[in-house]
Design a protein around this ligand. Sequence first.
Ligand code: SAH
Length: 437
Amino acid sequence: MNNIAITGISHDGMGVGRTEDGKVVFVAQALPGETVEIGTIRTHQKRRIADLEQVLDVHPERREPPCPLYGVCGGCALQHADKGLQAELKKRMVQDALERIGRLHVDVAPIMTMADPWRYRNKGIFHADYSSGITRLGFYAKGSHTLIPASECLLFSEQVNALAGWLENAITATGISHHIHNVMIRESKATADLMVVFMTATPDFKATSLLPALAHDWPQVRSVWHNVNTNTKLILGKTFHHLAGEPSIEDAIENNRYALSPQSFFQVNTAQTEVLYDAVKKMTPLQPSDTLLDLYCGIGTIGIHLANQVKTVIGVESITQAVKDAKRNATANGIQNATFIKDKAEKWLPQWTAKGNIAECAILDPPRKGCDETLLQTLIQTNIPTLTYVSCNPATLARDLKILTTGGCAIQRVQPVDMFPQTAHVETIVLLQRADT
Ligand code: SAH
């Protein structure tokens, strides 16, 4: 019998405890405060991991996971914790990362939760599996080749679940097995319009026979595309063919509307994106005379959300298509004080500041790998008084905050936002100001 006390939570939502010899062990689905019986310990990616055999001392906020695929899927690593406990655990994950990686001992505000934390995802890329003789659309369970059906996932709307089920039958009916590798479905939360993108490895789309039936049965599908992807390492290939309907669908954040093409980056939880951007707006002290830098701006959404608070917005983004989308989005929403530049933030900022330009505030919203150190050093040297860092990865956030605080920036507020309820992911906004201002 191997019983251990769970005392912590890992960055990916596993319970953490120690065996009698003092060594750390990670147990999926176990909660801090619980005593659990574990199975055989194995080493996986340098961690000692054990299965949960039985919970001996149950956390009062543990709940029966609503999803029948929980445990097989692995995507919703915290579904066994109720809403309040998820909030507490995610706050703790941020606090742990800041302390362990950044050696930063600061208060973390309670996480901003989502009112209805289900069916929030607006985009899914589903793998087409033909192994059982019929088409199934879904995603692979963590670390395995078990297909989790998209038609049953509780993070998508019922409409998306139904469309995935319909497409499985329609693709099977075409008789062209193995042609479509993946299907992307996008859903506008503002209009309930849908976009479907079929992905194949060959230039021709051979399943055209399903398109009339799709148009007939699914009038909500306003836009249909074919993506050619010969490089299996990429999610989307470079070549797109428009098959039917409109080229894009439109979603909204607050009063701003965004045209979404197949390749546009858009936060996956539309409702919480508004909460996130509003929190950025509230936390960041801005003046009507300010120049605001929106670094890693994507399709310009944060800058557009804040544009009426400042004199000028300059967005910087490395992907050409996203910059085009950002410009179009600003125009479509009547924003006249924003410009968008295609460049790497770490390359652009030193050049811009070398010309004597100054900004009162910079928003940083990098991908999971965090900011380039050159960018952080430039921010330190140029004395931009206010920095608002929006992060989807507490580990790289902690690493970068260490650099910024060492360089003279002081952390004013750490505000987690739950953009991905049920999963172990957590978004965090950090306000920093120069210690000398
Ligand atoms: N702020 C946006 C996008 C955040 S995602 C939003 O809220 O939707 C991060 C963005 O940074 C992506 O669009 C990615 O293409 C871009 N990016 C990645 N590396 C970059 C770099 N070095 N310089 C500028 N942009 C970069």
